[in-house]
Design a protein around this ligand. Structure first.
Ligand code: CTP
Length: 398
């Protein structure tokens, strides 16, 4: 996701400085090249060697270090950056940058860069709400600097309130957002995810192994690329993706009514949900007791939500999924035609490293024009990028 991206991570002196290590791990894992600049105060909390070892790059601490300046000086760092992230951003650093003070390596480099700068502030709640701090933040926001707002929580100083550093995962998500190509800006995408549950009685249901990971990855990646995303999700254990409107449903019937109520406002619908094909004819209102000796349950077919969309006269760009265990290509091609789709993502859900409940997937993409494309084993985020690349290209010529 961040391959070939150079990120300058500015670390300031705050107790949350240790969380910058976790952020750096996420950035390097996503392929970024990270260069760290530490303020003098940051070095009171963490040794530069920690960042140096984990980033595999020298850590910059001193503006007037002749050796480091000769190898890669503050201007080269400023010029090579795709993104600056300052974490934890103290009231002091934000005040200095807002006032144009450049008196150390970090402030000087930030002043000289043309790359986006993302601040993740962390401070005492009274410092955070102080009008002086607030004015500085507003001034920087007006100038286009980005902020990952702190959250409410217990602060190291003993107070409780706003000022706690946002989770490293949230800062990472904002960094990826800041760097992403916004080729889906202005588009509304509806994505369904997860399984549906068809209740038998108050304690039992029929469902499947879908975890929702593929649909949630699509929602996250579409939002990064600038789309307005609606995620209609069956029951999952996943956290809601940042910046995505999530509508939770249980059954196929609920999913269908939520999808149908929103579809006309959408440019694209991606149906990653594993919808249960059948539901019990009747749901027992009380628990069916063992001694009732029920050995069969009468089922009735659920409506096919996607086929319904395919039948609309004026319909959005439709992407289906085909969960198969055999005859992958034939079954997927048949669903593409029968449901009148623009594209279908076929995955073999019988494999251990693809399909249900894992972070990776491999897929065959089939298109309405008869073409196809193969995607080898990759993360679900990467596969989402591939799918959305195809959506963007095909929307443009639709
Ligand atoms: N789908 C749907 N409504 C259903 C069943 C499936 O909208 N009642 C959608 C799924 O979200 C997916 C596509 O149709 O995008 C294909 O789903 P899949 O489970 O692979 O196939 P089915 O059409 O259910 O057919 P089968 O179970 O026979 O493979």
């Amino acid at each position: 996701m961040l391959t070939n991206k150079k990120i300058i991570l500015g670390v300031c002196g705050g107790i949350a400085a240790y969380k910058a290590i976790e952020l750096m791990r996420l950035l390097t894992k996503a392929g970024a090249e990270v260069h760290v600049i530490m303020t003098r105060a940051a070095q009171e909390f963490i040794a530069p060697l920690t960042f140096q070892t984990l980033s595999s790059n020298p850590v910059h601490t001193d503006l007037f270090n002749l050796i480091a300046e000769r190898e890669i000086g503050h201007i080269s760092l400023a010029d090579c950056a795709d993104l600056f992230i300052i974490v934890p951003a103290t009231a002091n650093i934000i005040g200095k940058i807002a006032a144009g003070i450049a008196d150390d390596m970090l402030t000087t480099t930030v002043m000289a860069t043309k790359s986006p700068v993302l601040f993740a502030p962390a401070m005492n709640v009274n410092m955070f709400t102080n009008p002086i701090y607030q004015e500085n933040e507003q001034k920087l926001r007006r100038m286009g600097y980005l902020f990952e707002a702190p959250v409410n929580g217990s602060l190291a100083c003993g107070w409780h309130g706003e000022g706690k550093l946002a989770a490293p995962e949230s800062v990472f998500e904002s960094a990826v957002m800041a760097l992403a190509n916004k080729d889906l800006a202005g588009k509304t995408i509806l994505i369904t995810a997860g399984p549906t549950r068809e209740e038998i009685d108050p304690v039992r249901y029929i469902s499947n192994h879908s975890s929702g990971k593929m649909g949630y990855a699509l929602a996250r990646v579409a939002r990064r690329r600038g789309a307005q995303v609606l995620l209609i999700s069956g029951p999952t254990a996943l956290a809601n993706p940042d910046g995505v409107q999530v509508i939770n449903v249980i059954s196929a019937a609920e999913m269908q009514s939520e999808v149908n109520a929103r579809v006309t406002a959408c440019d694209v619908v991606i149906k990653a949900a594993a919808v249960a094909d059948y539901r019990p004819v009747a749901r027992n209102s009380t628990k069916i007791k063992k001694n009732a000796a029920v050995t069969t349950i009468d089922l009735v077919k659920n409506p096919d939500i996607l086929a319904g969309l395919g039948g609309m006269s004026l319909r959005p760009f439709l992407v289906g999924f085909a969960a198969e265990t055999d005859a992958l290509a034939e079954n997927a091609a048949k669903k593409l035609t029968e449901k009148n789709l623009d594209m279908i993502v076929a995955n073999d859900v019988s494999q251990a490293d693809a399909g249900f409940n894992v972070d990776t997937n491999r897929a065959l993409l089939f298109f309405k024009d008869g073409s196809s494309r193969s995607c080898d084993l990759m993360s679900k985020d990467q596969l989402s990028m591939e799918i959305l690349d195809q959506v963007v290209a095909r929307l443009a010529v639709r």
